[in-house]
Ligand binder design. Structure first.
Ligand code: ATP
Length: 336
């Protein structure tokens, strides 16, 4: 395929399954392109259609309508070409429990004409200490890294991972992310599904946000946040009865709410100019215990779908970004 063509193309792809009460549309008219040498994330909650999309591009499902191409090949009609160039992270069941890590990788390597070496994969996936350990004895995180390693051993041009960091502790997840970044640096293209906003923001060059089988937004995480959720949220407290008129209608504030708790007034504001708000808080308002929260992709999702990732009504208003690390600032320290 010419280099300017996308690595992966979905054109108006729909997949319907028969269900007990009529057909179920797992994906509805998805169109997207994944460029060469990018890490692309399919981001969505349970049931959004991520696995169906992945299975479609792996040739495991026929689209009901539309076209899918991977490196210019039809995943269903050109399985051999797909197998040569595209690696899909295998399911847990593909691991033989009684083999050691090195033995298993040797077997997988034997399936391909020009594989990487088991030692190289072991080093890349941080599995050196488990080299001679039987698969049955591996931790969940080690198993997960081994699965990704088995996908990498064929030296694919495109790597497809379905929720690769599920069950990994933070260190193992960082190792996995480094291996994915290294693969991209060496010229590979990655498509992964995730329901982790953090993973999408940290790892993906671009994401498609899926909701009920449709793409509701697609782009670089920072661009999506800037376009759909540019606000920050600030929480702080002031003495009860304190004057908030200075803040009203100023400093890009789009929402302000206050309620009294334990002798102080707790205030939440949303603003497009958090620096200006902090400046006001540090001065005459006498705010304490200021927390600033980024909106993040979760707010983008909520803004575009009206629901949060757990399917709750998204009009909760004030906690768009609890997941993202909050910055704690004290008005006095800001003033000094
Ligand atoms: N083989 C099938 N038969 C019938 N319905 C299916 C089948 N596979 C998936 N679905 C339905 O299609 C929709 C999308 O499922 P899919 O597994 O693609 O979503 P997902 O985003 O990967 O979710 P999860 O994160 O839970 O894996 C869901 O409503 C699911 O119940």
């Amino acid at each position: 395929m010419p280099a300017h063509d996308p690595a992966i193309l979905f054109e108006n792809v729909t997949k319907r399954y028969p269900g007990p009460h009529g057909e179920i549309s797992a994906i509805r008219g998805i169109s997207l392109t994944v460029r060469h040498r990018e890490v692309f994330g399919l981001l969505g909650p349970n049931g959004a259609g991520k696995t169906t999309s992945i299975e479609t591009l792996a040739g495991l499902r026929h689209p009901t309508e539309g076209k899918v191409l991977v490196l210019g090949f039809d995943p269903v009609g050109q399985r051999d070409e797909i197998r040569k160039h595209v690696a899909i992270q295998p399911q847990q069941a593909a691991l033989f429990e009684q083999q050691t890590v090195a033995e298993l990788l040797r077997v997988w390597a034997s399936f391909y004409p020009a594989p990487d070496t088991p030692d190289a994969i072991i080093a890349r996936m941080g599995l050196q200490d488990s080299r001679n350990v039987r698969v049955a004895k591996l931790s969940g995180g080690q198993r997960q890294r081994l699965l990704v390693g088995t996908a990498l051993i064929s030296r694919p041009r495109v790597l497809v991972l379905d929720e690769p960091s599920t069950g990994l502790d933070p260190n193992a997840r960082q190792d996995l992310w480094s291996a994915i970044r290294d693969f991209r640096k060496a010229g590979g293209t990655v498509l992964l599904s995730t329901h982790s906003m953090e993973e999408a923001e940290a790892l993906c060059d671009r994401v498609a946000i899926l909701h009920k089988g449709a793409v509701v937004a697609c782009g670089a995480p920072a661009d999506l946040i800037a376009e759909h959720a540019p606000e920050r949220e600030l929480h702080f407290s002031i003495p009860t009865g304190g004057d908030l008129t200075l803040l009203r209608n100023r400093a890009g504030i789009t929402q302000l709410s206050a309620h009294d708790v334990d002798g102080r007034t707790q205030v939440t504001v949303r603003t497009t100019d958090s620096d200006a708000v902090v400046g006001l808080l540090a001065g005459p308002i006498g705010a304490r215990n200021i927390q600033i929260k980024e909106a993040g992709l979760e707010a983008v999702f909520r803004r575009l779908t009206g629901t949060d990732f757990d399917g709750n009504d998204g009009i909760r208003g004030t906690d768009d970004a609890e997941r993202v690390g909050a910055e704690h600032v004290d008005a006095e320290s800001v003033a000094s």
